[in-house]
Design a binder for this molecule. Structure first.
Ligand SMILES: *[C@@H]1O[C@H](CO)[C@@H](O)[C@H](O)[C@H]1NC(C)=O
Ligand SMILES: *[C@@H]1O[C@H](CO)[C@@H](O)[C@H](O)[C@H]1NC(C)=O
Ligand SMILES: *[C@@H]1O[C@H](CO)[C@@H](O)[C@H](O)[C@H]1NC(C)=O
Length: 360
C-alpha cells in the first residue's frame, strides 16, 4: 500500500493542475457590435467571465471619426470609478459593475463623430490584459423635402419637382408614386456621398406641363435602414399660367361677375374707362361689380382686369341705363364688349338686354 500512495497524490495534483489550466483557458471576454440612431443612446457592452483573477482596472480605448488614433479615453478603477483620460465627456456613463467584471458603458446623444471602434481592456492578475473590440455603427435619418420647380404651361418636358433625402446613413431610397399618370411623367434619381459617410439622394419628376396635369396628386416615398418607418410626402403637381380669357357674366339685373382660369388664382380689379368708379353708385367685391343705383351717371365702359404673377388679361362691359322714373321702368341696356372679337351676339336678360362679345 505504501508503495502506491505517492502515485495517487501525484495523480491528484496533476488533475487539479489540468483543471486549473482549463479554467484559465475558459476565461472569456464578451462584447458585441452596436448600431445606434443619431441622437439616441448606445450601450457598449463588455464583460469577462469564467475567471477568478483579480480585476484591477478597466480601460476603454476608441478610434472614431473624431479621434482617428486609437487612444485611451476612459479608465475605471474600484476606488476612483470612471475617469476621463483626455477631457470629460459627460455623455459617457459607466453602467457596468466592477465586482462582476462588467465594463459596460452607456453613451447618450450619439453623434456621427462617435462612430468607430471601441476597445474594452480588462487588467487581470495573474493572466494580464484581456481585450475586446466593439464596433459602433451610426444610423443617420435623412432630412426629407419636396421642392416645387414652379413649371409654367408649355409643350416641352420640364422638371416638375425634386424630392430629397439629405444626409442619410446608410443611403435612403427615394421614389415617386405617380399612379394613373403612367408614362406621362418620368423620374430620375441621383445621389451624392459625403466624406462623413452620409448620402443625399434626389429624385426628380419630369413631364410636359399641360393644363390637364395641373393639380394632379403624387407622392414621394422615402425608405431605408436609417428610417424607422417609410416616409410619404404628398405633392400636388402645379403648372402655373397667367389668366386665360376673361368672361364677364350677369349674375342679376344689376351685378356682374368676372371669371377666368389662372394658377395661382387671379386677382380682379374693376376700373371704369376714363373715369374713376363712383364709389357711391357701385360696389366692387373681388370679381364682382354691383351697380347700386341704376342711373345714367353709370353709363360707360367698365373693365375687369384679372392678373397673377404670370400675367394679366381683361374683359370689358358697356353699361347703358336708360332714364326713367321707376325702377321697373328702367331698361338696363348693357353691352359686353370685346376689343378682340368683332362680332356681337345679342341676347336678352330679364327686362334688360345685353350685348355679349366674350372677352379679350
Ligand atoms: C453588464 O451591465 C449591463 C448594464 O448594467 C447589463 O445590461 C448587462 O446585463 C451586464 N452583463 C452581465 C453579463 O452581467
Ligand atoms: C445629378 O448629379 C450630377 C452630378 O453629381 C449633377 O450634375 C446633376 O445636376 C444631378 N441631377 C439632378 C437632377 O439633380
Ligand atoms: C455630413 O456632411 C455633409 C456635407 O458636408 C453635411 O451637410 C452634413 O451635415 C454632415 N452630416 C453630419 C451628420 O454631420
Amino acid at each position: 500500500m505504501q508503495r502506491y500512495f505517492p502515485l495517487i497524490t501525484c495523480r491528484l495534483l496533476l488533475i487539479s493542475a489540468l483543471l486549473f489550466a482549463r479554467e484559465a483557458d475558459a476565461l472569456k471576454v464578451t462584447g458585441g457590435s452596436v448600431t445606434a440612431v443619431q441622437g439616441g443612446t448606445a450601450i457598449l457592452p463588455c464583460h469577462v467571465t469564467d475567471t477568478n483573477d483579480d480585476l484591477t482596472q478597466i480601460t476603454w480605448q476608441r478610434k472614431t471619426r473624431k479621434n482617428p488614433h486609437n487612444d485611451n479615453f476612459i479608465t475605471i478603477q474600484p476606488r476612483n470609478g470612471l475617469q476621463f483620460v483626455n477631457g470629460r465627456d459627460d455623455r459617457f456613463k459607466y453602467v457596468g459593475n466592477f465586482n462582476n467584471k462588467n465594463g459596460t458603458l452607456q453613451l447618450s446623444n450619439v453623434a456621427l463623430k462617435d462612430e468607430g471602434s471601441y476597445t474594452c481592456i480588462f487588467t487581470l492578475f495573474p493572466s494580464g490584459n484581456q481585450k475586446i473590440e466593439i464596433p459602433l455603427n451610426l444610423l443617420v435619418p435623412p432630412f426629407t423635402s419636396v421642392m416645387d420647380n414652379l413649371p409654367t404651361l408649355g409643350t416641352e418636358e420640364v422638371l416638375f419637382a425634386t424630392c430629397t433625402a439629405a444626409g442619410s446613413k446608410p443611403p435612403a431610397e427615394v421614389r415617386w408614386l405617380t399612379g394613373a399618370l403612367g408614362d406621362k411623367v418620368r423620374t430620375t434619381t441621383n445621389s451624392t456621398q459625403y466624406d462623413n459617410g452620409t448620402t443625399t439622394t434626389v429624385s426628380s419628376l419630369f413631364g410636359v406641363p399641360t393644363r390637364e396635369i395641373n393639380g394632379y396628386q403624387v407622392q414621394c416615398v422615402i425608405s431605408g435602414d436609417s428610417l424607422s418607418a417609410e416616409e410619404t410626402l404628398a405633392f400636388t403637381i402645379q403648372v402655373y399660367f397667367s389668366p386665360t380669357e376673361v368672361k364677364i357674366s350677369a349674375i342679376s339685373e344689376d351685378s356682374f361677375e368676372c371669371v377666368t382660369e389662372a394658377n395661382p388664382n387671379a386677382k380682379f380689379t374693376w376700373i371704369r374707362s376714363g373715369q374713376s368708379l363712383l364709389e357711391s353708385a357701385v360696389k366692387v367685391d373681388g370679381a364682382n361689380l354691383q351697380l347700386l343705383s341704376l342711373t345714367s351717371d353709370l353709363n360707360g365702359l367698365y373693365q375687369c382686369e384679372a392678373s397673377n404673377a404670370y400675367g394679366s388679361k381683361h374683359g370689358q362691359l358697356y353699361v347703358h341705363v336708360t332714364s326713367g322714373t321707376s325702377r321697373v321702368a328702367w331698361a338696363l341696356f348693357l353691352v359686353l364688349l370685346s376689343l378682340n372679337v368683332g362680332a356681337a351676339a345679342w341676347y336678352f336678360y330679364k327686362s334688360g338686354r345685353f350685348k355679349s362679345c366674350g372677352s379679350k
